[in-house]
Design a protein around this ligand. Structure first.
Ligand SMILES: Nc1ncnc2c1ncn2[C@@H]1O[C@H](COP(=O)(O)OP(=O)(O)O)[C@@H](O)[C@H]1O
Ligand SMILES: Cc1ncc(COP(=O)(O)OP(=O)(O)O)c(N)n1
Length: 274
């Protein structure tokens, strides 16, 4: 059994964070373990409060897992503070486990999930350890300090992130809503790149899409897929999870984790080598 770990915040509403990650891990047949960095009081309408976990206790959770399990991939989501980032980076630097960093910053409703001053720590301590980083467009803008409007801007941002020491950058196009397609752009440290295109689903139920995509990626990497295979399969997982979305709650509903195993053979993702 492949064991994977998520280091992230809890979403009481179950659509994002730790809960989305563990549901994805279960569907993709890996054994999920977790390190909780913060509790959020959250539902489909937004985040009403955040309670960060003490740094020493975040460390204890991660050390407990590393001491006992042979972990085949780790992902990070909501990390909240510079102190939490530095402490987990110190521990992860001593183990050789593929690391997927989803640089979660702001919830859909605009509430902050990462303190502003923690962005420097993310770039200095965690990104150099990352196998893959998965920013959406606003996150890529914040990490690189540059506006992204064109494909050339996306390429520039990816190269800046690669220079920070990341091996592979995926800039997700979910926020580029002026397009009939949801296109994600992938760049590797050796200069290779490709884009993945799927049809854009017209729905408001996209709570937790970023968490779910990066969790699927972590599960496939943990199972031993190549980085490219894992990225394409994770794109199929999120495409189907959004296509068969769940209208739960009164705001942005969650994605559907049951869709992938049922419909994966029929899911089309178009790859363009660039
Ligand atoms: N409406 C949509 N239809 C299809 N795919 C989408 C849609 N919205 C987002 N995606 C996909 O979901 C994944 C997560 O992207 P995004 O929503 O940009 O992340 P985040 O939740 O971090 O903002 C990406 O693969 C993106 O292309
Ligand atoms: C606890 C927690 N972690 C992460 C997020 C953000 O999730 P994301 O997948 O980026 O989805 P939306 O916020 O866009 O729905 C979160 N809300 N809570």
């Amino acid at each position: 059994m492949h064991i994977v770990t998520t280091i992230a915040g809890s979403d009481s509403g179950g659509g994002a964070g730790i809960q989305a990650d563990l549901k994805t891990f279960q569907e993709l047949k890996v054994f999920g373990t977790s390190v909780i960095t913060a509790l959020t009081a959250q539902n489909t309408l937004g985040v009403s409060d955040v309670l960060p976990i003490e740094v020493s206790f975040v460390e204890k959770q991660l050390k407990a897992l590393i001491e006992d399990f042979s972990i085949s991939a780790v992902k990070t989501g909501m990390l909240f503070s510079s102190e939490i980032i530095q402490s987990i980076a110190r521990i992860l630097a001593d183990v050789n486990i593929p690391l997927i960093v989803d640089p979660v910053m702001i919830a859909k409703g605009g509430e902050s999930l990462l303190q502003q001053e923690a962005i420097v720590a993310l770039c200095s301590y965690l990104l150099p350890l990352a196998t893959i980083v998965t920013p959406n467009i606003p996150e890529a803008e914040t990490l690189t300090g540059r506006k992204i409007k064109t494909f050339a801007d996306i390429q520039d941002a990816a190269h800046t992130l690669l220079q920070m020491g990341v091996q592979c950058v995926i800039i997700k196009g979910g926020h580029l809503t002026d397009n009939d397609y949801a296109i994600d752009y992938v760049f590797f440290e050796d200069g290779q790149s490709f884009s993945m295109q799927s049809s854009r689903i017209a729905t408001k139920n996209t709570h937790g899409t970023g968490c779910t995509f990066s969790a699927a990626l972590t599960a496939f990497i943990g199972r031993g897929f190549s980085i490219k295979e894992a990225i394409v399969e994770a794109k199929k997982y999120i495409q189907l999870a959004i296509t068969y979305d769940l209208s739960i709650g009164n705001g942005h509903g969650p994605t559907n984790h049951f869709a992938y195993q049922k419909y994966k053979e029929s899911c089309e993702v178009i790859i363009h080598e660039t």
